[in-house]
Design a protein around this ligand. Structure first.
Ligand code: GLA
Ligand code: GLA
Length: 665
């Protein structure tokens, strides 16, 4: 594709054929050049086992090809047709408490079911044979949102597959019993057949078993993807293959999946009613860009596969997007590396479970705010063609690891921590200061970053721990938070005080955890003139013994008053900071500003909160997510690609206004 892709899910099978020509005409009017077709078409494509009944799809693809609109063609396997579930009820998923779920919605399949997999591969292969050389085929879209609705299945077939997976992982029962801590609560297995998925039990299921089941379940979904991918690659070599991820979605380990994708894509549905929804969507963009790096060459562009043009239908209350919000969040994705902006869905449905979900073409038709915004965005994206394909370079990385996430949020812990919330706390001040951050895998390549933030990285491998240490030794700045480096990949405590693998790096030892109850706040004081003067903290307190680190903040109330809360320690050519608590937002901002300052990362303090500044390639995006005007210092006069005018050095950006400045030197 040239330029930025634009479009959405197109479900023509929901409409009489007489509307299709109108669809294609309106797509041209809106600047649409890429649509996703066939995501939920299985029962229309294969009304019975065997041949495809795809005459309708031939005609749809023909119309799109004639209009020069590319197609992200789905394999259609996300929602098995009624005949498959009726003939083979064993494909239906089973919940942790043993209930087999009924068909009649979507995604009602057990990922380990050989019957389901064979049927899905059969459909994918028929699609690949028929459409391999089609002029509209731009990329393949395998299944849909793997793990959505059904992240794991607990049926007997899954249990048997889990046992095979465990046998391959551990080799012997002794090894498994040792890894899982079988001696605790009398859980020593004497035959593989005794092992089950972590079904609903009287109290906490074995945490290592839960962790392994999360690994297994992500892997089973990946196997489904790979099976379809193999037949697509065989019949249409060179056509890129994607599947749409869901951003910070726990069940699917995107870092592990990434090398198997040609194009990484994401669905992003921030809540328009959340005044800071742009933060969560920005994190999803940065995560997806980071995953895309692992899929291919660094800086590889990615695709915003789905977002809502306005409201969704699946929250208790579904606010529409504010005027300009669809544009702002779309351009945010472009700023953060996306080369295509798609929505769910093209034409708002008239029937079914999503009939109150917004569409690019709303029920009201073209005389509507949404349609005017849709055509407006199409024109904007056309102007942004020079940005397509250019990289985003981030000086900061947040370390992230799905295995650690699964471990962190297990039950039976000192306190319930929620990774996405914690990531958000560290991400917010960086975002507000115009600092772009990647998400890097613990064992990933950290060269090129100046600051690495390690938020609650509960589980770390030896290689991951060494990676962080090497980064600091080589001159990097590291900021590690509480409850990091606690267990190894088997979820066994790393003994000797916390965080055992990083005590030398941090110059301290945590002896005990003192999590704080909801609502409790402890005062903080700056120590030795360094760091922010004062503030408060919440959620967690570490009891820290200094072993070379210098305190930056101390607790100033409660039974830990006077003891260190945040520290700093030189290490090799770099420096390692530690945070034993969660400071209030302004204190955390101060700490990050200092860390950035010492790491040589520009940390702006003059950007109004709610305004986003991101550099991509030769362009600087300035995006206001505010409903009020924002006064901004651009530091000079620049050309704005969207308005084709020169602006600055000061501008008053209107509500939800956007500038794309450049090309910069
Ligand atoms: C109960 C049980 C013990 C242990 C403790 C933990 O008392 O009998 O086995 O689980 O709770 O608080
Ligand atoms: C998900 C699905 C789509 C649609 C949207 C609605 O992203 O992939 O099929 O259901 O949600 O928001």
């Amino acid at each position: 594709m040239r330029g930025i892709g634009y479009g959405g899910d197109y479900n023509p099978e929901q409409w009489p054929e007489s509307t299709w020509a109108e669809d294609v005409g309106l797509m041209a009017e809106a600047g649409v050049n890429l649509v996703t077709v066939g995501v939920f078409s299985w029962s229309r494509l294969q009304p019975a086992p065997g041949e495809l009944s795809a005459g309708w799809l031939d005609r749809v693809l023909g119309l799109l090809a004639a209009a020069g609109i590319g197609v992200d063609l789905a394999t259609g396997t996300a929602s098995p047709p009624p005949w498959l579930a009726a003939e083979h009820p064993e494909i239906l998923p089973v919940t942790a408490d043993g209930r087999r779920l009924a068909p009649g919605a979507r995604q009602h399949y057990c990922p380990s079911s050989p019957v389901f997999r064979a049927a899905a591969v059969d459909l994918a292969e028929r699609m690949a044979r028929r459409y391999a050389g089609h002029p509209a085929l731009t990329m393949w879209h395998v299944s849909n949102e793997y793990g959505c609705h059904i992240p794991a299945c607990y049926c007997q077939t899954s249990a048997a597959a889990f046992r095979d997976w465990l046998q391959a992982r551990y080799g012997s029962l002794d090894e498994l019993n040792d890894s899982w801590g079988g001696a605790v609560w009398s859980q020593v297995y004497t035959s593989w057949e005794q092992i089950q998925p972590p079904r609903t039990a009287p109290t906490y299921a074995n945490p290592a078993q839960q962790l392994d089941f999360a690994r297994f379940s992500s892997g089973e979904l990946l196997s489904c993807f790979l099976a379809e991918r193999a037949v697509l690659a065989a019949h249409s070599p060179g056509v890129p293959v994607t599947t749409n991820f869901m951003g910070l979605f726990r069940p699917v380990d995107q870092f592990r999946w990434a090398p198997e994708l040609d194009v990484v894509s994401v669905d992003s549905y921030p809540d328009p009613a959340d005044p800071e929804s742009y933060l969560l969507s920005a994190m999803a963009c940065d995560l997806t860009r980071s995953v895309a790096r692992l899929a291919g060459t660094p800086g590889q562009p990615w695709v915003l596969m789905e977002q809502a043009p306005s409201a969704v239908n699946w929250r208790p209350v579904n606010a529409p997007k504010a005027p300009g919000q669809y544009r702002g969040l779309s351009l945010q994705a472009v700023a953060r590396g996306s080369d295509a902006i798609l929505s769910f869905q093209w034409r708002a449905a008239a029937a079914g479970a999503e009939k109150f979900h917004s569409g690019m073409l709303p029920h009201a038709g073209t005389d509507s705010r949404v349609w005017r915004e849709v055509t407006g965005l199409g024109a904007d994206l056309g102007r942004l063609a020079p940005v397509a394909g250019t990289p985003v370079r981030a000086p900061v990385a947040l370390l992230h690891d799905w295995e650690s996430w699964w471990g962190l949020e297990l039950d039976s812990h000192p306190a319930r921590l929620h990774l996405v919330e914690l990531l958000g706390e560290f991400y917010r001040p960086l975002f507000e200061a115009g600092v772009t951050a990647d998400f890097a895998h613990t064992e990933g390549d950290l060269t090129g970053y100046r600051l690495v933030v390690v938020p609650a990285l509960y589980l770390v491998s030896d290689a991951g721990a060494d990676n962080v240490r090497r980064f600091a030794a080589a001159g990097g700045t590291v900021l590690v938070s509480f409850f990091s480096g606690i267990v190894d990949p088997r979820d066994r405590i790393r003994l000797g005080g916390y965080p055992a693998p990083w005590q030398d790096l941090l110059g301290l030892r945590v002896e005990e955890f003192a999590p704080l109850p909801e609502g409790a706040v402890v005062r903080l004081d700056g120590a030795a003139g360094a760091g922010p003067a004062s503030g408060t903290c919440r959620l967690w307190q570490d009891v820290i013994g200094l072993r070379g680190a210098e305190p930056v903040l101390r607790y100033a109330s409660g039974h830990l008053a006077g003891q260190p809360a945040a520290t700093r320690h030189p290490y090799g050519a770099g420096e390692a900071c530690y945070l034993g608590t969660l400071p209030d937002r302004s204190t955390l901002r101060g700490l990050l500003a200092e860390a950035c300052g010492r790491a040589g990362v520009e940390f702006r303090t003059d950007v109004p909160p709610g305004v986003e500044m991101v550099r991509r390639g030769d362009y600087r995006f300035v995006i206001s997510h505010l409903d009020t005007p924002a006064d901004i210092d651009l530091g000079g006069r620049s050309h704005d690609l969207l308005s084709a005018e020169h602006v600055g050095p000061r501008v008053v950006l209107g509500p939800r206004g956007v500038l794309v400045l450049g090309p910069l030197g």
